[in-house]
Design a protein around this ligand. Structure first.
Ligand code: WTA
Length: 645
């Protein structure tokens, strides 16, 4: 494949950016024409941020899997589409060519149809990082079912909430997943999620760990049995469903400032074009290169830069099942060495945690194939950036710092590897088509005077092709969350700086969303989970800086246990019980790092919790708590400070 829209120089970038702003429709139409459409679109762009209502490539007909698979068969049929590296290094990797992947996707599409899945149905995928997850994603897309991947670390309760919100009737899962030294019983967790559920019609279970599982007659079927049946019928091709450009492709749940995760909806045409465009440009992908993104397909990064971006570009994508530190902290470097990886894309948390092991795990590893490095998901501190640059990239490889969100579908701010300048800990310049601005609290645009660097809340003026279209089942929520804070603008929820060169540096969330190890978690969500514990009266959750995770969770909890709990429970036991509750309700990723039991929380006279004060206490900045005179009971602050962990 070649990519006529690949930006090759800084001048090219400026020209593309300029054109994309002057004529967004013309610009994106000229990119989109390099894809396979069953029918060309009638109108490139129609939009209105007040509703919000955004439509790209209206009237166009396509199937994203024809762009990710069919169109590559002739020239790239025998090229690896997926290289899979298992959790344990002594297990054999798998290599799946485009031809084979196409066949498997077609066959699994047939399996979905045989099990009653229809176009538009929601299918929940709760699987480990095995090629079958990518196959299931693509099979849904091929038949026009809407996939909703749920990360394998979420609890039964979280799955159940998501199934209900999406009205899903089908699940694809695995018996279990290997992750480091652990074996996660995915099917058992699904079974817990389905207690009392009467809406799920079929659960397709793929074998991975061969953990004992309960298979319910009439509901649960094995992936392998279903595939065998299709194979025995000699089926190797299934026609892709013709989709409208604006038909939903997937739902992905993400945390916001309310207690309930939102189902972000992306559509077929715009998402495809933008995922591919950013993949090819940010990483400067060259045909034949091996791209290794360490994210889980359960997050947006895995959707866009493991699956749809690379495959639509005819790239080879590496899927890794395990974790960076198993069996030792040299695992990533071994994989790069073994598979001759060219592009490596990971999260700052992973870099910081590996940095803590020193340079020994890197010794003897051949990293000479690396050409481009990338980071995503959270701000990268300069120290980690330099370590990555020197020890991993050997000062040869550009690092792309890619800023984006589940809602944006693809990367919106990043340098383009080796093409536009990099600046440690700065995401730098917007992608073509992305019109950023910084505003103050009242929504007034901030404008720099002279060469000063300014800061503000990061907003976007106009739509790019993969902007979220709605939040599933609740369009008003989408409007209120993203388009109502500053009318006429998309509000990211992030704060940012802009320097004299127009470079952006993301400073972090300005709303009640935490970013723990690059995972988004809403404070209200964690509070709701904590409050479900029987002895908890009230709680307040804030973030505090953590050297590896970026941010960690601090929970202040008013506890009034029962007689039984008071007599048998020490504070430690109470805290463990609360952690267990959070694990049950959300998943282990939302467990607070610190729990402080308190007798009261700082509240205003109107009963509002003053999080600002709690945040300062959690951060250890107790010298300057600001004005506490408006508090209902200022004594509470003293008590909390004395008991700080
Ligand atoms: C944060 C992940 C700084 C940001 C793709 C955003 C970043 C949230 C960066 C979205 C970056 C993402 N530098 N912060 N390069 N990338 N973030 O939806 O706060 O899981 O709003 O998408 O992660 O997280 P999400």
């Amino acid at each position: 494949m070649h990519y006529p829209y690949q930006i090759k120089s800084l001048a090219d970038y400026h020209a593309a950016y300029h054109r994309s702003i002057k004529d967004p429709a013309g610009f994106w139409a000229s990119v989109a024409e390099h894809f396979t459409w069953r029918k060309k679109w009638d109108t490139t762009l129609e939009w209105n941020f007040n509703e919000p209502d955004v439509k790209w490539f209206q009237g166009g007909k396509l199937n994203i899997t024809e762009n990710c698979l069919d169109r590559h068969l002739e020239k790239l049929g025998n090229q690896p589409a997926i290289i899979w590296e298992p959790n344990a290094p002594d297990e054999q990797p798998r290599v799946i060519t485009y031809k084979k992947l196409h066949e498997k996707v077609c066959q699994f599409t047939q399996v979905l149809k045989n099990n009653g899945v229809k176009k538009g149905d929601r299918v929940c995928l709760y699987m480990g990082m095995i090629p079958e997850l990518a196959i299931a994603v693509l099979a849904c897309a091929r038949m026009g079912a809407i996939h909703s991947v749920v990360f394998g670390g979420f609890s039964a309760q979280s799955i159940s909430d998501r199934l209900q919100d999406a009205g899903a009737e089908f699940i694809v899962t695995c018996d279990g997943a290997f992750r480091g030294g652990k074996d996660i019983p995915l099917k058992n967790i699904i079974d817990d999620a389905l207690i009392g559920n009467h809406t799920i019609k079929k659960v397709i279970v793929c074998t991975r760990t061969r953990t004992p599982v309960s298979m319910i007659k009439g509901r649960d079927v094995w992936w392998e049995d279903e595939m065998k049946q299709v194979e025995e019928q000699g089926i190797t091709y299934v026609e892709a469903e013709e989709m409208d450009a604006e038909d939903p492709l997937f739902i992905l749940y993400t945390s916001g400032s309310t207690g309930k995760p939102k189902g972000v909806v992306h559509t077929c045409g715009g998402y495809m074009v933008y995922a591919n465009y950013t993949f090819v440009n940010v990483f400067q992908y060259k045909p034949g290169q091996i791209h290794f993104c360490t994210a889980d397909i359960g997050w947006i990064t895995g959707h866009t830069y493991i699956t749809y971006g690379p495959l639509s570009a005819g790239a080879t994508t590496l899927i890794f099942e395990g974790i960076p530190t198993y069996p030792n902290a040299g695992r990533f470097w071994d994989i790069i060495d073994k598979h001759r990886v060219n592009i490596f894309y990971t999260a700052p948390t992973a870099i910081r945690s590996l940095m803590a092991f020193g340079n020994a795990p890197l010794e003897g590893k051949d990293l000479s194939t690396l050409e481009v490095l990338g980071t995503v998901g959270e701000p990268i501190n300069e120290e980690a950036w330099h370590w990555y640059h020197e020890q991993v990239g050997k000062k040869r490889c550009p690092i792309v710092d890619t800023w984006w969100q589940t809602e944006t579908g693809g990367c919106l701010i990043s340098n383009l590897a080796g093409v536009t300048p990099e600046k440690p800990s700065w995401a730098t310049l917007p992608m073509p088509g992305v019109q950023l601005l910084l505003v103050d609290e009242n929504g007034n645009e901030k404008v720099a005077e002279g060469d000063e660097t300014i800061s503000g809340n990061l907003c976007i003026k106009a739509p790019w092709p993969s902007i979220l279209r709605t939040t599933y089942g609740d369009h008003e929520r989408c409007r209120i969350n993203y388009f109502a804070t500053y009318p006429g603008l998309y509000f990211t929820g992030d704060g940012a700086l802009r320097d004299k060169d127009g470079f952006y540096r993301i400073t972090g969330r300005v709303d009640d969303v935490l970013n723990v190890s690059g995972h988004r978690i809403g404070t209200a969500e964690v509070e709701n989970a904590i409050n479900m514990h029987a002895g908890v009266v009230e709680s307040a959750v804030v973030g505090f800086p953590h050297p590896v995770k970026g941010q960690a969770i601090y929970a202040f909890i008013i506890y009034q246990g029962s007689h039984q709990q008071n007599t048998h429970g020490s504070d430690d036991l109470i805290k463990s019980d609360i952690l267990q509750t959070v694990t049950r309700v959300i998943g282990a990723i939302a467990k607070p790092d610190k729990i402080q039991l308190v007798s009261g929380l700082p509240k205003t006279r109107s009963g509002k919790i003053m999080r600002r004060i709690l945040r300062k206490i959690a951060e250890g900045e107790t010298d300057n708590l600001g004005d506490t005179t408006t508090l209902l009971d200022p004594g509470v602050v003293e008590e909390i400070m004395n008991g700080k962990l």
